[in-house]
Design a protein around this ligand. Sequence first.
Ligand code: UDP
Ligand code: MG
Length: 312
Amino acid sequence: MKKISILIPCYNEEKSLTLLYPELLKLMDSQPNYEWELMFVNDGSVDGTLQELKRLRASDPRVNYVDLSRNFGKETAMLAGFDYVTGDCMVIIDADLQDPPSLIPEMLGYWEQGYEDVYARRQSRGRESWLRKRLSLLFYKLLQSSSRFDVLQNVGDFRLLDRRCINALKRMRESERYTKGMFSWIGFKKKEVVFDRGDRVAGSSSWNFRQLFSLAIDGITSFSNVPLRISTIVGFIVSMLAFVYMLYVFIKALIWGDPVQGYPSMVILLLFLGGIQLLSLGIIGEYIGRIYNETKNRPEYLVREYNGEEVL
Ligand code: UDP
Ligand code: MG
């Protein structure tokens, strides 16, 4: 019998879990031809999520949980899940029921047909501010034009991955993770299903603009060197212009002499060049910071307990 794992990263989801679990039960009962494994990753929740998971596991041995030592963020929580799931395939799903479990049978159908990565594209995005939608659109445009593969828009982490994909993802152990890019990077046979994304059933989204912004920077820097190239190109153009201006100033001084003048042009040049230099340094800094983090080679996450057993 094929085994299906469902991976659910949870951060402060005690209320959502009581609503999610019955839905998952319904799903598992409707598909008796598979063996099921629910893999909850408790990402350092500060509410009763862990107690709720323990309670669920006591009554249903298909419930498994990994308890991380602190909040590592969804990207890392998912990596922990990749390491712990044992299924022939895995479905990643949010705990807040924004990804409908009712879509999973359709995904399984495509998996049985041989597709290795069945991803869900949302037709509507639920309640989100206009600004957030615009910014997300801009980000995807940027990423699209700066990397060599497609990172799909309106596709989240809700997807079914074959064991092959799971093993591939497990080998990508970078610490600045942008999992959405990784799904594209690994390739394999992909298939799209569409759904309507609803609103959160309980709790609140834990992402704020700052986090989304830094995720966007992670996304671009971990999959593309284009910002570095842009700073090279801008540097090149600016120095060409500077050279031309230098000739102009030099020749002018030769012909007309050089009474002290030109304070405005001096200030403009100084500020302009200074700005470009700082910007370029900033871009280089982004990459160096990432190199620094990767070379530390720390474990990506730490586990306190797995299914009630302490992990030492
Ligand atoms: N999540 C997590 N760690 C975090 C933040 C979120 O594991 O630090 C989980 C969260 O419990 C949920 C999923 O990631 O299952 C999506 O989070 P959220 O609903 O806050 O994001 P959104 O739907 O707004 O993108
Ligand atoms: Mg959500």
